[in-house]
Design a protein around this ligand. Structure first.
Ligand code: NAP
Length: 249
């Protein structure tokens, strides 16, 4: 049977995979959660919105005759990744995750590693700082216990509701950004602390390199636990897997 992929997307890596899949002439669908107003246009057909948990995704896989699922979601999208594992088991469809290694500190980095968002909030229980808060729109309200700080927020879409943070500046723009741009941004806003998820990959790394250039501390949020699953690092490995290559897992 010819491959018919479902790519769980929402990342730069998923878009790159979709391009490779389209160029290889393989059929596929890219799925978005619908968190941003205008998702990046894909070189494959796309659908938007949740499936309704693992059972809903399993039903979708059967209905659409999906032969392979690629979880190319963000490393912090743990619920979707758990659902993908469960749904593929239910529907007996093979699954692979397209992942990127976590960032590791290099010389000159000044990181405080915390296990999760709550850990970052706890670490911000300190006198007022000027913080670049790079955690995405969904988690901003979690930082309400620390209203003393100025927060620089860079978001893909403007917030839909008022934020519980009294001192913020919001920049609406979509990455990737360069190290020089992020250094200039931090200097312009007098940033003295950066909070970031450990996303890994290149697309979001500029702010980490810029913080190092400026000798700024970074509160680095570790990734959530992921379920056990086959993982690959490149679109080429995904294509080979679609054509029957054994991933050795
Ligand atoms: P999540 O907490 O793991 O997922 C929550 C629910 O959203 C899922 O159970 C599923 O709903 C739906 N969902 C998530 N990803 C989906 C997808 N690609 N297609 C269809 N439904 C999806 O996910 P999240 O952290 O909110 O991330 C949502 C999306 O944003 C993901 O696609 C991710 O790649 C992207 N993203 C996330 C981050 C981040 O920091 N978390 C950063 C950049 C991009 P149902 O249970 O109804 O199926």
């Amino acid at each position: 049977m010819a491959p018919n992929l479902l790519i769980l997307g929402g990342t730069t890596e998923a878009t790159a995979l979709a391009r490779a899949v389209a160029e290889a002439g393989i059929a596929g669908m890219v799925s978005f959660a619908g968190r941003v107003d205008r998702p990046v246009r894909q070189p494959l057909p796309q659908r938007i919105g949740g499936f309704g948990g693992a059972a809903g995704l399993a039903a979708y896989l059967r209905a659409e005759r999906i032969t392979h699922v690629v979880d190319a979601t963000h490393p912090f999208a743990a619920q979707m990744s758990r659902n993908a594992v469960a749904a593929c088991a239910l529907a007996d469809v093979p699954l692979v995750a397209l992942t990127r290694p976590a960032w590791a500190p290099v010389q000159g980095d000044d990181w405080l590693r915390v296990p999760d968002i709550a850990g970052a909030v706890a670490a911000l229980d300190q006198p007022a700082r000027r913080v670049m808060l790079a955690v995405g729109r969904m988690h901003l309200a979690d930082f309400a216990p620390n209203p003393q700080h100025f927060y620089l927020l860079r978001l893909v879409d403007p917030p839909k509701a008022a934020l519980p943070l009294p001192k913020t500046e919001i920049l609406v723009s979509r990455g990737p950004f360069t190290e020089a741009e992020d250094r200039a941004l931090m200097e312009t806003h007098g940033i003295d602390l950066v909070v970031s998820k450990n996303s890994g990959g290149t697309g979001a790394y500029a702010k980490i390199a810029a913080a190092r250039d400026l000798s700024l501390p970074v509160i680095m949020i570790d990734r959530p636990e992921m379920p056990e699953r086959a993982e690959v690092a490149t679109p080429a490995e995904v294509l080979a897997w679609c054509h029957g290559a054994d991933l050795g897992v």
